[in-house]
Design a protein around this ligand. Structure first.
Ligand code: ADP
Ligand code: MG
Length: 348
């Protein structure tokens, strides 16, 4: 064992896979999560449960680790900022604050001359008729959304009027892109202009939840290069340390747009566990812990399928998989509709 103990905030499947990657690198992990049943407790060295704004519990956690990272972005900025005064938090809390807010995130990306969907901030005073330009669109809460939660498709201003929006929250209205395809880029930044970057991954969603990811993505060379360049530009501008994911839309005219940025490892990168010499999780741990950067090598093309809700049951009962198939059970206590329960990666 090395002497480093990595603290991970969040104990879902991403936290689990970070803990597994850390173990391989002989780094100890302590996971902090607000869910007493968090699956990552099965994989880390120590598990602490508590609310993300419970100062005493957080301090107890921070005292036992050398540095802190996180598996999801919806952590109060105050919490990360307070931790950062005691131990390094990577990626930096300011990066997380920027990206967890859909408006700030899109403003930032546009400033880099990178295309996003057209969008407008919505509040009580917004003149609904002036919004025609952004319809059909999707109304989204600016913060705390994931897997399509907090999103409402809107076709007309009447529909928007009749929605009875709860204006104690902030919203953004995004013009709907006529999608041809969605892709993502996973990139790990180690330091100035030092990266490991995976090839574009093609993603298919069902009900706004990721269903399938595959490499190679069926895209033209221009999009292949532009998506990688934009991901590098974003990571460099943020002075990011660790693994980051950029989600993209491609419209029917082959225009590329950044949809959103995830300041963390990402579901679409699960296939990197089996398809590359170093996974997105191992790269994240290597980058935040200051370990050696290893050049990426692709082992195989691959397809990853998310097992949502009771789709997991079939695989749990399967006696044997094919040699090119890898099944991951997140060991979540309860099967719930629309809940990501596990995934299967097939090398092709
Ligand atoms: P989440 O934070 O839930 O991942 P996203 O903004 O990525 O939110 O939206 C989830 C999915 O919904 C996207 O991957 C895409 O399939 C669809 N979607 C969201 N916004 C748009 C848009 N403006 N145009 C077309 N499809 C969209
Ligand atoms: Mg998304």
């Amino acid at each position: 064992m090395s002497d480093t103990t990595l603290g991970i905030i969040g104990g879902g499947q991403l936290g689990s896979m970070l803990a597994i990657a850390a173990k391989k690198l002989k780094i100890k992990t302590i996971v902090f999560c607000d869910d007493v049943d968090a699956p990552a407790q099965n994989f880390c060295n120590k598990f602490i449960s508590g609310n993300y704004d419970d100062k005493n519990r957080i301090i107890e956690f921070v005292n036992q680790v050398d540095l802190v990272t996180y598996e999801f972005e919806n952590i109060p900025f105050e919490t990360l900022n307070e931790i950062n005064k005691l131990k390094a938090v990577l990626p930096k809390p300011s990066v997380n604050r920027l990206i967890q807010h859909r408006l700030a995130e899109k403003d930032f990306i546009n400033k880099l001359n990178i295309r996003t969907t057209r969008y407008v901030s919505i509040d009580k005073k917004s003149d609904i008729d002036a919004l025609e330009d952004f319809l059909p669109g999707i109304l989204k809460t600016t913060t705390l959304g994931y897997d399509g939660k907090g999103q409402y498709p809107i076709n007309s201003s009447e529909e928007l009027n009749s929605l009875n929006i709860d204006f104690s929250k902030e919203y953004i209205l995004e013009k709907l892109v006529k999608l041809k395809k969605e892709i993502s880029i996973i990139i790990t930044r180690f330091s100035n202009n030092k990266y490991e970057i995976y090839e574009p991954i093609e993603n298919t969603h069902e009900d706004q939840i990721l269903k399938q990811s595959k490499i190679p993505a069926d895209i033209n060379e221009k999009i292949f290069n532009q998506s990688k360049e934009w991901a590098m530009l974003i990571a460099e501008e943020l002075k990011y340390i660790g693994t980051l994911c950029v989600e993209f839309f491609i419209d029917r005219n082959d225009n590329l747009y950044v949809n959103e940025v995830a300041p963390r490892v990402h579901n679409s990168g699960h296939l990197t566990i089996n398809a590359f010499n170093v996974s997105q999780f191992e790269n994240h741990v290597r980058a935040v812990c200051g370990l050696e950067q290893i050049p990426l090598k692709k082992i195989s093309n691959a397809k990853m399928i998310n097992l949502i809700g009771d789709q997991i049951s079939h695989y749990r009962n399967l006696p044997k998989l094919e040699n090119n198939e890898f099944f991951f059970d997140y060991l979540k206590k309860e099967i719930k509709e629309k809940r990501k329960m596990g995934h299967i990666t097939i090398l092709i």
